[in-house]
Design a protein around this ligand. Structure first.
Ligand code: ADP
Ligand code: MG
Length: 290
């Protein structure tokens, strides 16, 4: 017979702003044992704001303009924050040969000088010495270098989404292991983890490290052949892990096209609570079908 409940389930989900790309995924939602989430844009708003600028051997406006010129070639949320802070003016600065290094940041020619803007990993990669204590501050920091010299940093903050902690609580109440993975530094990841209450978290991850973590978490469930894993991401760099998960979920508002295309389930209004709602709808649909 035709499983009418599935059509009902997909319809019910879509009325909640949850797009499910096939009835099989609603069923898989009921078998989740692990839910892995990205931090930025998934559990946090993904809207970064510059809090402070600390230049070395130049002034705040100069550092902001030069860095904004470089970041104007990136669509990363931290780039958007630096551009908003810098205001107008950087557009007239010459920028060439910009390279975006995933999980690290940017390198390029700005006003005729070689400039770096990114995290500690980026500066270490190019052998630029900086105060390592900066990596312990529980904020996202964009470090900069000009012609191989550390030239200051930006302190940038994001905010946890208002429903994130309640969403994690509902998912955990289903007996599901909750894990947050992030490319952001561990000090920030830990602060967010404490606010939202996930069981486990890992920071300082490169895109390939996230793949490895998801493979490990899948291996952890191997004793139960029916156990499934979901990954929920916002887009930037997440397509490989979204594809690897049994159920790949994407936040639709901020998500990149690649991730939305790969995802099985799309949460249009970006609320983490909809992860739990999708599980509830999966269960209700199953009761109707069988
Ligand atoms: P996530 O989405 O998990 O935070 P990403 O791989 O997108 O991970 O980014 C990881 C880190 O790399 C960021 O937190 C930031 O420190 C650095 N980074 C990435 N892109 C840029 C950029 N355009 N400018 C500066 N830093 C960047
Ligand atoms: Mg991301």
């Amino acid at each position: 017979s035709i499983p009418l409940g599935y059509f009902g389930g997909i319809g019910a989900a879509s009325r909640q702003g949850i797009l499910v790309k096939g009835s099989v995924f609603l069923d898989l939602m009921t078998q989740l044992k692990t839910v892995v989430m990205d931090k930025t844009g998934t559990l946090t708003k993904g809207v970064f704001k510059v809090q402070e600028v600390k230049p070395i051997n130049l002034d705040v406006a100069q550092l902001a303009q030069l860095t904004a010129a470089l970041e104007s070639k990136s669509t990363h949320p931290v780039a958007t924050a630096i551009l908003a802070y810098a205001g107008d003016g950087y557009q007239s600065i010459a920028v060439q040969n910009v390279e975006e290094i995933p999980g690290h940041g940017l390198k390029g020619q700005v006003a005729g000088k070689t400039m770096l803007a990114g995290n500690g990993k980026l500066l270490r990669k190019f052998n630029v010495a900086f105060d390592e204590a900066l990596t312990q501050i529980p904020y996202t920091i964009v470090l900069t270098a000009i012609d191989g010299q550390f030239s200051g940093y930006f302190i940038i903050a994001d905010e946890v989404k208002p429903d994130a902690a309640a969403a994690i609580k509902r998912i955990k109440a289903e007996g599901i292991r909750t894990v947050m993975l992030s490319g952001d530094k561990t000090a920030v990841v830990e602060a967010v983890a404490r606010q939202v209450g996930v069981d486990e978290w890992h920071g300082d991850l490169l895109p390939e490290d996230k793949v490895q973590q998801v493979e490990r978490l899948k291996a952890d469930m191997a004793s139960n052949p029916k156990a499934r894993l979901a990954f929920v991401g916002d887009g930037v760099n997440d397509a490989p892990v979204v594809a690897l998960a049994d159920v790949g979920m994407a936040m639709g508002g901020l998500g990149s096209d690649a991730t939305i295309e790969t995802a099985d389930v799309i949460i249009q209004n970006d609320e983490p609570a909809k992860i739990a709602t999708a599980i509830d709808i999966g269960r209700a649909t199953r009761r109707i079908v069988w």
